[in-house]
Design a binder for this molecule. Structure first.
Ligand SMILES: Nc1nc2c(ncn2[C@@H]2O[C@H](COP(=O)(O)OP(=O)(O)OP(=O)(O)O)[C@@H](O)[C@H]2O)c(=O)[nH]1
Length: 666
């Protein structure tokens, strides 16, 4: 069944959409702003965390290096202050023998074996190497140590020889010269030598993290430039071999040597962007630069942040997707529910239409097509198809109704008023004439919604036939109500109505009106003689004869009651009325009904009273009519009195015998 193409246009309110879009945009912007703020806060906090961590490591390393240096000075100072050692040294100086050198060697050996020093030597006050842990030595101190010896003997306290390279050692050494005195007499000094490679550098090489770029550097000023004291993680230069000019710039080591302290951002010896923490090592020329690649410190952290953000965004998207899917599913369920309800309603509608023989349609005025339900197709006798054309419909409308139907449709379109009409069609399938009831309504016919009529069509042929039948019954009944059941002529009700009608006509046209009152003569005697059944039959024949004798339009012959009749004669003056009265009397006589009990010649006769009136506006109508009846009755009475079987005109002498010439002709 082709469903009618009734458009369902959902007109969205444009302003509501704009408002919604604005709200969504505002929400997105505020979310972006919030995310940016959170990100910046987190980045700042992360910077603080990284810098704090770097600061802690730097402090630790600085403390270790400083402690290491202090330990060396403290060991040397303890030796300078050791009186027993000084006495042993004085004894050996006074008499150098194997036996007297043993306490000194023992002491030197303990520094190497238990003090963590790489070497320990006894040097005399002139700087000649005299004794080592293994025995006597020969040689002299290198210039830095010579200078330190002089300084130490002059100050009577230990003097450190900063980290440097010495041809006698394969590694960079740090030394301390501890002067020894016999009273005020300088005897010499003990030279304590440390291997920086195993003793110092590990202090700055150890990092409590698995960072790939973390590095601590000990640097110191060297004339106009600077020198890298500790080994480099990313270069193979030997300690103290890498020198660099102090050129102002972003180099963190240059900044450190130039006096910068604390957190410094800049580049390192690789040209890499680094975050550095610069601290001076107390009581030393060294500056410790602990640094991390910015890439590693922050970019990876940023990557982590982005990852977390991406995770959050994914979660949000997933949640949004789930919500959208849930919403879609709900909408789908709702739509499905509506569809099912619609299908159910359509089935009910179809059933209702079948039960009511009604179909529905939508007429597209632009394309002149009717889209109809299957029931509507059946009503028009068309096979189920997509639509019915306007021409098809017009051809089917009954030719007698066509002009009227088209006019009503045109009026409904023009006035946009609902349409309701009944008309006939010649059904396409069997050419049967059918009555249809159509209800329709035209739309507003705007640009967006072309002119369209929707409505219902119902086959009301059976109802129409029933109505016509009913009308016929009603007419018949109406007729019967105004008929005397026994004689089948009009009764008093019909006579009264005719009197009203004809009176009005006569009054308007100024014409006369006549009333004849008729009574069967000696009818009691007839009944008595022939019986009531015969009496009835007699009355029927008399009535029939009277009715047959009045032929002009508007003339009414009625049974007035019992054996009495009345005849109303419009447009009749007294002359004509008397003539008609005689004709009626003659018509009864011609029946030749035997009446042995009648003194009027052994057959049924009638007496007639005639009265005439010319209705006028001045007369009260009811009263005038009553008067007319009374006058006709009085004339009848006079006819009876005069011997019966005759005509009496009210207000004139009663005549007997045959009717006058004029009456015969009237
Ligand atoms: N059979 C029959 N008799 C009727 C009917 N209606 C009235 N009658 C009789 O008609 C008679 C009328 O009698 P009356 O009024 O005395 O008058 P009449 O005998 O005809 O005498 P006049 O009228 O003076 O000539 C009565 O006997 C009624 O019973 C009817 O429908 N059928």
């Amino acid at each position: 069944m082709p469903a009618p193409a009734v458009p369902t246009r959902l007109r969205a309110h444009r302003w509501a959409w704009w408002l919604l879009a604005g709200l969504v945009l505002g929400l997105l912007l505020s979310m972006a702003w919030g995310a940016r703020s959170v990100y910046q806060q987190r980045e700042q906090r992360y910077h603080h965390q990284i810098e704090g961590g770097l600061r802690a490591i730097s402090l630790l390393q600085v403390r270790n290096v400083a402690d290491w240096r202090r330990q060396h000075i403290a060991d040397a100072a303890a030796l300078t202050d050791d009186g027993l050692f000084a006495q042993a040294a004085a004894r050996w100086h006074a008499a150098p023998s194997e036996a007297l050198q043993e306490p000194l060697r023992e002491r030197l050996r303990s520094f190497v074996e238990h003090g963590g020093y790489s070497a320990a030597f006894w040097v005399d006050a002139r700087g000649a190497l005299r004794l080592g842990p293994q025995g006597a030595l020969q040689g002299t101190l290198a210039p830095p140590e010579q200078q330190a010896l002089r300084q130490a003997l002059a100050q009577a306290e230990p003097v450190a020889v900063e980290l440097h390279r010495d041809a006698a050692f394969a590694f960079a050494i740090f030394g301390v010269l501890a002067p020894v005195f016999d009273g005020d007499t300088p005897l010499g000094a003990v030279w304590l030598v440390s291997d920086a490679r195993t003793q110092l550098f590990p202090q700055v090489e150890t990092w409590p993290s698995a960072s790939r770029s973390a590095e601590s550097l000990l640097v110191q000023r060297d004339g106009d430039g600077l020198v890298y004291v500790s080994p480099l993680r990313h270069r193979s230069d030997a300690p103290l071999s890498l020198r660099q000019a102090i050129v102002p710039g972003r180099d963190v080591v240059v900044q450190a040597v130039a006096g910068a302290r604390g957190v410094v951002y800049g580049s390192d010896y690789r040209g890499q962007e680094v975050l550095a923490l610069v601290s001076a090592v107390p009581d030393s020329p060294w500056v410790l630069v602990s640094k991390l690649d910015v890439d590693e410190a922050f970019v990876e952290a940023q990557r982590g942040e982005w990852l977390a953000l991406a995770l959050l965004a994914s979660l949000a998207l997933l949640s949004g997707g789930c919500a959208a899917a849930a919403w879609q599913w709900r909408a789908w369920r709702r739509e499905r529910g509506l569809k099912l309800a619609l299908e159910r309603n359509m089935r009910w509608l179809d059933s209702a239409q079948k039960a009511a023989s009604a179909g529905y349609f939508a007429y597209d005025a632009e394309h002149q097509k009717f889209f109809m339900s299957s029931m509507a197709h059946a009503i028009f006798g068309l096979p189920p198809q997509e639509y019915m054309t306007l021409q098809q419909w017009m051809d089917m409308v009954h030719p007698e109704d066509r002009a009227h139907v088209l006019q009503v449709h045109a009026d409904a379109i023009a006035a946009r008023t609902p349409l309701g009409m009944q008309y006939r069609i010649v059904r396409a399938s069997d050419s049967a004439q059918r009555w249809l009831q159509v209800w329709g309504e035209y739309g507003d016919g705007t640009d967006a919604d072309p002119l369209r009529m929707t409505g219902t069509v119902q086959d009301i042929t059976e109802r129409k036939q029933a109505e016509q039948q009913l009308a016929r019954y009603r007419d018949a009944l109406e007729e019967r109500v105004r008929l005397d059941p026994m004689t089948q002529v009009a009764n008093r009700l019909a006579l009264g109505e005719a009197m009203q009608r004809e009176w009005e006509q006569a009054r308007l046209r100024g014409m006369p009106l006549a009333l004849l009152m008729i009574d069967v003569d000696y009818f009691k005697a007839y009944n008595d003689h022939y019986g009531h059944v015969a009496g009835d039959r007699c009355l029927q024949r008399v009535a029939h004869a009277l009715a047959g004798a009045v032929q002009r339009a508007g003339e009414v012959a009625a049974r007035y009651g019992g054996e009495e009749f009345a005849v109303l004669l419009p447009d009749s003056d007294e002359l004509r009325a008397v003539a008609v009265a005689h004709r009626l009397r003659e018509a009864v006589r011609e029946l030749a009904l035997e009446h042995q009990a009648s003194p009027c010649g052994a057959q049924v006769t009638i007496s007639v009273g005639v009265a005439c009136v010319r209705p006028a506006d001045s007369q009260p109508q009811e009263h005038a009519q009553t008067t007319l009846f009374q006058q006709a009755d009085e004339a009848l009475y006079r006819a009876k009195q005069a011997g019966r079987d005759r005509v009496a005109l009210y207000g004139a002498d009663v005549q007997a015998g045959p009717p006058p010439e004029a009456a015969q002709q009237g």
